[in-house]
Design a binder for this molecule. Structure first.
Ligand SMILES: Cc1cc2nc3c(=O)[nH]c(=O)nc-3n(C[C@H](O)[C@H](O)[C@H](O)COP(=O)(O)OP(=O)(O)OC[C@H]3O[C@@H](n4cnc5c(N)ncnc54)[C@H](O)[C@@H]3O)c2cc1C
Length: 506
């Protein structure tokens, strides 16, 4: 391992490792302290690396760590903070706020559990302070983990000047060039403002800057009914804002199984969210300190008025000013083209994460980073995207893996489905979490499970059973031959597996 002895931090060899920090429980405090340290400015001594990774989000970070684990000399270049969009611009913040409102919901049921709690009320400013603190702590933890893994970090904006030469404009203004046998591009994506008049106007918030809001808006229009839009609509409705959600497609969570999106539609409407479906936004304007969103609906034009607009309908890959086209990397429809080995059209240049697709998942970006890191070190691995779980941290949570019923039908597959409700689960009854269900899709001839869809408490953790089932290609018989703890939420997954037979009279 080519670990630099001296720590100098515009490219920084990690000076502070977790061993130096101490036990895990002290991480948060230490991370806060690290965050307060001034950012390093000195350039790295070395100019030659096995791999240079551009972008320190989940994809780039995982790639850099994997290269280092394999003994490679790796430089990770990040223009802002380690952690990318997930840690710094949405992932951690949204989950932190959702946990605050989920706690509220729990406390409202406290008396049912025999616990008296008085004066329950949301304090938006404190919730926002908490999410900001968690972001700082987790970002600093990434710095520490980089140290643990002996990853050198350069602070600055990178671009390719030749296929194996990366130029970095360091934060102190210096420009340095680094040679690499391979380069991994992991620059992520950014919010795309709605392409309509007023779409990029002042007061149209995105998932990048919504975290700067100091007061809870009295009303909010969320543009986009995908995962991020639904999380935000749920969150602000639970906090007491009047929320409308505008979605161009006929249903929210359109990529999820129809039964899941139907259930979430019901839950959102019960929380007071006004859903405007089949509604194409055509303009956004200001009206007496309010925002007006104009849309074309099935029944003609419509509008929604609110204090704020939050646009989360789309993201665009960060490919500008990277020198990609100049070195010959193929780009189509604003996306880098890469094969299943994460190889681009130029030998030795790989691409991973949201830069390949705009929208994505942190865990998929990280998995791709690991594959690209291994391939850059001479490996020959393919990324398997079939078993990537999707997740939503509302209450109840949503998580799924594999094919939806519709996708399976579109592929012409003979299938059976089974559904089991948490209301018949003993653990769910005790925990007061009786909403939702598990739906399982089984391929007819083989009886293999090809899709698992969960809406309910702990869905995001329960879906691990589905991920493993799909990966191992397990059949109904094999699953029903296993024994699980009782009472437990996961029993409902096995009930749904069983129901693929019972529901069909088998
Ligand atoms: C509100 C919100 C909630 C989300 N919630 C979840 C969730 O719960 N679970 C989940 O799995 N995913 C979630 N995501 C998606 C997840 O954040 C992304 O899929 C993930 O961050 C993608 O990782 P990445 O490494 O590809 O890109 P990014 O995380 O975007 O990282 C790219 C990095 O590259 C840097 N960079 C860009 N250009 C340059 C350059 N020229 N030089 C140097 N550095 C550069 C950027 O500063 C950035 O740090 C959420 C996203 C949002 C917006």
């Amino acid at each position: 391992m080519n670990m630099p002895k001296d720590a100098h931090n515009a490219v920084e060899a990690p000076t502070k490792t977790r061993e130096a920090v101490g036990v895990e429980s002290e991480l948060a405090e230490e991370a806060d302290a690290v965050q307060e340290k001034p950012q390093p400015v000195e350039a790295p001594k070395s100019r030659a690396f096995d791999v240079v990774v551009i972008g320190g989000g989940p994809g780039g970070y995982a790639a850099a760590v994997r290269v280092a684990e394999l003994g490679g000399r790796v430089l990770l270049v990040e223009k802002d903070d380690l952690g990318g969009a997930h840690v710094n611009r949405g992932g951690v913040s949204s989950k932190a706020l959702l946990d605050s409102v989920n706690l509220l919901r729990w406390l409202e049921n406290a008396e049912d559990f025999g616990v008296e709690v008085r004066h329950i009320r949301p304090l938006f400013d404190r919730m926002m302070r908490r999410q900001a603190r968690l972001v700082r702590q987790w970002r600093a933890a990434w710095e520490l983990f980089a140290g643990d893994h002996h990853v050198q970090v350069a602070r600055g904006r990178a671009r390719l000047v030749e296929p194996h030469v990366v130029e970095v404009e360091l934060r102190d203004g210096k420009v340095e060039r680094f040679k690499a046998l391979s380069v991994i591009v992991a620059t992520g994506s950014s919010p795309a403002p709605p392409p309509v008049p007023g779409g990029d106007g002042a007061g149209v918030l995105t998932s990048d800057n919504v975290w700067e809001m100091e007061e809870l808006p009295s009303s909010l229009v969320v543009l986009g009914g995908g995962y991020v839009g639904v999380e935000f609509a749920y969150l602000f409705a639970q906090l007491g804002a009047q929320v409308a959600l505008v979605e161009v497609l006929p249903r929210i969570l359109a990529t999820e199984d129809k039964d899941i999106s139907k259930e979430m539609t019901r839950l959102l409407e019960e929380s007071g969210v006004r859903l405007c479906l089949n509604a194409k936004v055509v303009g956004i304007a200001d009206y007496e300190k309010q925002k007006v969103v104009f849309f074309e609906g099935l029944n003609g034009p419509g509008e929604v008025v609110a204090a704020k607009v939050l646009a989360v309908a789309g993201r665009k890959p960060n490919i500008a000013h990277l020198g990609l086209e100049a070195v010959g990397v193929r780009i189509e429809a604003g996306r880098i083209m890469a094969d299943d080995h994460l190889r681009t059209s130029v030998k030795g240049i790989y691409a991973v994460g949201d830069v390949l697709r705009g929208d994505g998942w942190a865990h998929l970006a990280a998995a791709e980073g690991i594959v690209a890191g291994e391939n850059a070190m001479g490996g020959d691995r393919r990324i398997e995207r079939e078993g990537v779980p999707r997740c939503l941290y509302t209450s109840p949570e949503i998580a799924s893996v594999g094919l939806t019923e519709l996708q399976a039908q579109e592929q012409g597959r003979a299938i059976r489905t089974g559904l089991a409700r948490f209301r018949f689960n003993e653990r769910a009854l005790i925990a007061g979490e009786r909403e939702g269900f598990v739906k399982v899709i089984v391929s007819e001839p083989t009886e293999q499970v090809i899709g698992v869809h969960i809406i309910g408490a702990r869905a995001v953790d329960l879906v691990a059973a589905g991920v493993l089932t799909l990966k191992a290609g397990l059949t109904v018989n094999e699953l029903l031959a296993t024994i699980h703890a009782h009472p437990s939420f996961v029993e409902t997954f096995f009930e749904a597996v069983k129901a693929t037979r019972h529901a069909h009279g088998l």
